[in-house]
Write a protein that binds this ligand. Structure first.
Ligand SMILES: Nc1ncnc2c1ncn2[C@@H]1O[C@H](COP(=O)(O)OP(=O)(O)OP(=O)(O)O)[C@@H](O)[C@H]1O
Length: 319
């Protein structure tokens, strides 16, 4: 994608991490496709040097937002700025580059030939050997793209995106379909590269990826930002704990009526009670019921994700 865009008249590069201009500034961004309101007013500021996960379930509006951030589509309302510029200008200046899930590779070329061809479209790029090393593909330069694994192809796309040495790297669900090792190696390469101060924004629906690799999580659902903060801050929005106990024939109505109880779920012989007052729940279970094997756990990112991305008014993405 940006790898096919010619870089001309590049302005003096901002000193990485030292500029005060936001890397990304989205204000009131809105986009519909017919009756589908894909993005419903997203405000987001990303500071230089941040690693931000754009986390949300399928259909949340991540790709639609990223497309507008890259200047690939225009918002119906609102604005998208990248380093203070119109996104298309930022792409032309080589300030932003993207790694998309699919496309952009020719199977019969080798990895190095792919990079040489891409570099020939730019007026000024980083050396090919350097981007290959950074992307962790220095040893597969002579391998044909068609013979590379999915993970290696994504690292090749990453190397292509690094050619213009962008300030901001945007990745749209870059590890979909990769196995565990492929995902780990891919993120290791991204993290190592980001240590130089590059700003990274990646879309994902993998909670563990957001938790492990981002400094900040922007949780989106139904075209809106529903939470924004560090992984612990997002988890803390959903306060309370889950109490689990073995309790066949649990009286669900009585449990639901206990103070602070948010939800009660039965799984086989067990009951799971999400509560802001786990002590009261535990006391009730031990004194008034035959519950045994009690476990009390803090609620994690998954609970936050489920609770914050639930459709609040069943309006879905349709207007
Ligand atoms: N070109 C299009 N035409 C019609 N509807 C679209 C189009 N692009 C996206 N949508 C719809 O807009 C909504 C948001 O889609 P989007 O691809 O932005 O979500 P996403 O968060 O990236 O999802 P995923 O994780 O599945 O990729 C969805 O309901 C989707 O079906």
């Amino acid at each position: 994608m940006t790898s096919t865009t010619q870089t001309q008249n590049r302005p003096p590069a901002p000193v990485r991490g030292a500029t005060t201009i936001p890397a990304v500034e989205l204000a009131g961004l809105t986009k519909s496709f017919g009756t589908v309101r894909a993005v419903r007013g997203i405000d987001l500021t990303v500071r230089p040097g941040e690693i931000v996960a754009f986390l949300g379930p399928n259909g949340a509006g991540k790709t639609t937002t990223i497309d507008m951030m890259l200047g690939l589509s225009q918002p119906d309302r609102g604005t998208a700025r990248v380093y203070g510029m119109d996104p298309q200008a930022a792409v032309r200046h080589g300030l932003i580059s993207a790694v998309m899930q699919t496309g952009g590779l020719l199977k019969d070329l080798t990895a190095r030939e792919t990079l040489e061809l891409t570099a020939s479209l730019f007026s000024d790029t980083k050396p090919i050997s350097e981007v290959m090393t950074r992307a962790g593909i220095a040893d597969i330069g002579d391998r044909r793209v068609g013979k590379c694994s999915g993970g290696q192809q994504q690292r090749l796309r990453f190397a292509m995106a690094l050619l213009p040495d962008p300030e901001l790297l945007v990745l749209d669900e870059p590890t979909t379909g990769m196995d565990v090792t492929g995902r780990r190696d891919f993120w290791q390469a991204i993290r190592q590269d980001a240590e130089q101060g590059r700003t990274v924004l990646f879309a994902t629906h993998y909670l563990e990826e957001a938790d492990a690799y981002a400094d900040r999580i922007v949780l989106v659902a139904h075209g809106r930002v529903v939470a924004d903060g560090t992984a612990s801050e997002v988890k803390a929005i959903v306060s309370g704990r889950t109490v689990r106990a073995t309790l066949p024939d649990a009286d669900l109505v009585a449990l639901q009526a206990l103070p602070g109880v948010e939800s009660v779920e039965v799984r086989g012989d067990s009951v799971l009670i999400a509560s802001r007052d786990s002590d009261s729940v535990a006391r009730h279970l031990l004194t008034n019921t035959g519950a045994r094997d009690l476990e009390i756990t803090s609620r994690g990112l998954e609970d936050a994700f489920i609770s914050l991305t639930a459709d609040p008014d069943s309006e879905g993405t349709q207007s």
